[in-house]
Design a protein around this ligand. Structure first.
Ligand SMILES: [Zn+2]
Length: 331
């Protein structure tokens, strides 16, 4: 073999070797969890939003299990370990997760920030105090996310916080968020359609759990009442009688329970008032199972609108063709 030929062979070898090394490097980056940002969240809607904004770059752990009362949730000792390892902690704020935030402040790395989405999205002037969140208790209604304008704000605030921790990937966070905001905007428009399909006299909500305080004014509905007392116990007999009278007076067609808070009392109230009892609205319990295309925050809101329109005389066609799945790469 000529010298020229030998050089050629060793050159080819080097290229092949380089390619193999390159591939190995790609594989190890692609599968290594150490390379991802550890983000800890609280309730499922926030976990879902952060997953869509962070995509492949983050590993998101929501510590409030679905189906659990997030308002009285106390973190387990095992959550201390999760919070200790977090690179960023994203909560709703507005006093929803006080015990978890107390624990996080004790155990988190000194460099890890706690972001409260609700406090970043609105000012104290916009806080709502109402049925289950009376002003005298000092804790505002924390359910901002069913209002899609506010949950879009959540996505933007989460994006900016992720970029502050991981600035080299800013372009990817921007692209993920833009894609997600477009999906959210479609759902927002669909919710307006849903409410428009409900006869005007029926655009009233009576719920057990008080989670539509920020939703109702955006979409032209009225929260006539929320039945759950501020201590999350069952209402007193006197309160029950008052609610039944109010329901009859307002001629409310349906009252809505929540899967997280099954209430025999609400069922009884509905019966006495001659209203339908629908026990399926959700504010932080995602539909289906983990891995289902609709097991997302957007899926939960689309499902709520299907239930609401059906019960109040509207048409659920408004949410029939929506894509509520997570963006590719979220997990
Ligand atoms: Zn709630």
């Amino acid at each position: 073999m000529s010298q020229e030929g030998e050089k050629m062979i060793s050159f080819k070898y080097k290229i092949a070797g380089g390619l193999v090394l390159g591939l190995l490097a790609t594989v190890s980056v692609g599968t290594s969890h150490a390379a991802k940002l550890n983000v800890v969240t609280s309730v499922a809607p926030i976990t879902s939003i952060v997953k869509n904004v962070g995509g492949d770059l983050v590993s998101v752990k929501g510590i409030v299990p679905e189906g659990v009362n997030s308002h009285t949730f106390e973190p387990a000792p095992s959550d201390a370990k999760v919070l200790r390892e977090a690179d960023l902690i994203i909560m709703n704020g507005l006093h929803l997760e006080l015990p978890t935030i107390n624990l996080a402040n004790k155990v988190k790395k000194s460099t890890t920030k706690i972001l409260n989405l609700g406090d970043a999205a609105i000012t104290k002037n916009d806080w709502k105090f109402d049925f289950s969140f009376p002003a005298e208790k000092g804790h505002p209604n924390p359910h901002l996310w069913p209002n899609m304008a506010l949950s879009q704000r959540y996505a933007e605030v989460a994006r900016d916080a992720l970029i502050a921790v991981d600035p080299k990937n800013a372009d990817i966070y921007y692209a993920n968020t833009t894609e997600y905001l477009a999906k959210m905007a479609k759902l927002d428009a669909a919710i307006f359609e849903c409410v428009k399909s409900i006869p005007a006299k029926n655009r009233k909500l009576v719920t057990y759990h008080d989670s539509y305080a920020y939703f109702a004014p955006r979409y032209g509905m009225k929260v006539v009442g929320a039945i759950q007392p501020s201590d999350f116990a069952e209402p007193t007999p006197r309160e029950v009688i008052r609610i039944i009278e109010q329901l009859k007076k307002e001629n409310v067609p349906a009252v809505f329970g929540s899967e997280v808070f099954p209430s025999k009392t609400l069922e009884q109230i509905a019966k006495e008032a001659g209203a339908k009892f629908i026990d399926e609205l959700a504010d932080d319990d995602l539909p289906g199972e983990v891995g289902d295309a609709n097991h997302t925050f957007l899926g939960m809101m689309a499902n709520n609108m299907k239930i609401m329109t059906n019960a109040l005389g509207g048409s659920p066609a408004c949410v029939a063709d929506l894509d509520v799945s997570d963006a590719a790469g979220t997990h």
